[in-house]
Design a binder for this molecule. Structure first.
Ligand code: NIG
Ligand code: FE
Length: 414
């Protein structure tokens, strides 16, 4: 692929937000998706250097031209919440759920996250990297141009560090921007089942100092929910993380109104994620804050639990993003195209809202808004070129066979 080229004859370029956009889109503004009709994009050195209308297209001499064939351009997806690094799948638990057992029952019986931790502890770093790198390539092919990845399936010192090292190696491939989140507080490991304070001590006194010394994490996370970490325990973890300069991005309100949203907001979380179970107080706290609410509709879809009340949160003025939650237990798919469809079909978001939530607001949820998340001069040339399609709505409408023609990441076709 050439260093510099024009992509011409684009039916419509979506997500052309201003470079000055300094905050995530809040409330009803989420529906504003600026676009350029009948346009072209100039790409050089992996970045967008010019956006214009075909009417005024005057190509510079010697620059290659790629014909978009009247397809549409969408910003590459910003998947701001994943557990892409994990050892193996858990379809046995899936079958147990099909027979009527709930996710929480399986977890309480020692399955779930602890099951994943057993396998991951036994897997060496090389193999963990290999299986993870395969997923990392897959999600790029489906249109993801930036990703956040969590630890949290190690649950002991060596294994949490192993996961974070694998995430660092994915970061060092320099294929797409990667943010690393330390989620030691994902579940209490078996060896601490009768000593929860002991595990929190291990996280705060041993894991965090090492992670900070070695620059292994950008954010700190805790699963603040019924049967997992209480608001008080979560607060201890977030306070310890803050001492090492790690901002929170937490799991909250998936299984119950957990108080997690308020704890996240109080500690200046970049985002509070899941939000299937929200009462009016949690919605008001979220809406009054700068914290992004990240919904993960693949999880509610896969577990058969209630979907987040997106419209209520939008009407309250919240800043919302959507992400995959790619993990073996509650959302075994890293396909953001599907998430955009689910956001429309099950969260009743408009196509414009879903695209913004999956791109520009997702980029803010990883503090990558200056690099990616929109088709803006100066940002990375990471975008999806669609097949010809009659409208933007056709994209989420075509669930399961999304009209993705090509994916460009930093100016190169994947
Ligand atoms: O985001 N909710 C907590 N963590 C993951 C699920 C982890 C698992 O079951 O492996 C989630 O849904
Ligand atoms: Fe998650």
């Amino acid at each position: 692929m050439m260093e510099e080229f024009y992509l011409t004859r684009i039916n419509r370029i979506w997500g052309c937000h201003s470079a000055d956009l300094s905050k995530p889109l809040a409330g009803k503004v989420l529906a504003t998706l600026p676009s350029v009709e009948d346009g072209y994009i100039r790409i050089a050195g992996g970045k967008i250097t010019e956006i214009g209308s075909m009417q005024h297209f005057k190509p510079a001499a010697g620059v290659d031209i790629v014909d978009a064939g009247r397809g549409h351009v969408l910003p590459a997806w910003c998947d701001s919440h994943t557990h892409l690094v994990h050892a193996t799948s858990r379809e046995k638990e899936f079958e147990m759920r099909l027979q009527g057992r709930s996710y929480e029952e399986i977890a309480a019986a020692g399955g779930g996250i602890l099951n994943s931790a057993d396998v991951l502890r036994a897997m060496d770093e090389e193999e963990l990297y290999d299986v993870s790198y395969r997923r990392f390539r897959d999600i790029q092919r489906m249109g993801t141009g930036a990703i956040e990845i969590k630890s949290g399936y190690g649950l002991d010192f060596d294994s949490e560090i192993k996961m974070l090292k694998v995430i660092r190696r994915l970061k060092e491939t320099n294929e797409i921007p990667v943010k690393a989140t330390f989620l030691g507080a994902h579940a209490f490991p078996r060896e601490f089942s009768n000593d929860h304070d002991g595990y929190i001590d291990l996280i705060t006194r041993k894991m965090l100092p090492y992670i900070s010394d070695h620059g292994l994490a950008d954010y700190i996370d805790a699963f603040c929910d019924r049967g997992f970490f209480s608001p008080t325990q979560t607060e201890k973890i977030l306070e310890a993380g803050a001492k090492y300069g790690l901002k929170p991005k937490i799991h909250a309100n998936e299984l119950a109104v957990s108080g997690g949203v308020q704890i996240g907001v109080k500690h200046g979380a970049i985002s509070v994620d899941h939000l299937e179970e929200m009462d009016d107080d949690s919605i008001a706290a979220l809406a009054a804050s700068d914290t992004i609410g990240t919904m993960l509709p693949g999880c509610a879809f896969f577990l058969g639990i209630p979907f987040p009340q997106a419209r209520k949160m939008i009407n309250a003025g919240a800043k919302l993003a959507i992400a995959t939650d790619y993990n073996p237990g509650t959302a075994p798919s890293g396909n953001m195209n599907m998430v955009v469809s689910l956001a429309c079909i099950r969260l009743k978001m408009t196509p414009e809202e879903a695209v913004n939530a999956a791109t520009i607001n997702g980029s803010f949820a990883m503090e990558l808004q200056h690099k990616t998340g929109s088709i803006t001069v100066g940002k990375e040339a990471s975008f999806i070129l669609t097949h010809t399609m009659p409208s933007l709505a056709y994209f989420p409408y075509s669930f399961g066979h999304h009209p993705v023609s090509k994916v460009f990441i930093r100016g190169r076709e994947v």
